[in-house]
Design a protein around this ligand. Sequence first.
Ligand code: ZN
Length: 143
Amino acid sequence: MLDELYQEVILDHNKSPRNYGVLDKYTCTSEGNNPLCGDRLTIYVSLNSDNIIENISFKARGCAISIASASIMSEVVKGKTVDEVRSLFDYFHNLCTGQEVKQSNHIEDDIEKLKVLSGVKKFPTRIKCATMSWHAIRSALEE
Ligand code: ZN
């Protein structure tokens, strides 16, 4: 359903998700749930006193897109500030919903990673699969 190159990356993340498991120490946690597809996840975030994400992990059950998206999200947000994550959320949300993506000041490497999931915009029922983990990280950081 997605571009072949992107599909390969998604399958790889699904097969061996990065940052998978529960952190020994975490400062915030949040759950995501996508009943339409049956995807569920819990994320664990360790935020330091400078509001920087020191570490993140997740546990999830669901389709390949939801797992791959959570895995990619965990890679992209590590080391970022809360404000940077909010900005990345907006960028990714626009990417997935097919809205015009404004010129951004995000790191090129992050953008390339996130673009892997942009194919979901052609499949409205899968958008939630891709954005669930991002909604979870955003609500975890709002606590
Ligand atoms: Zn799904």
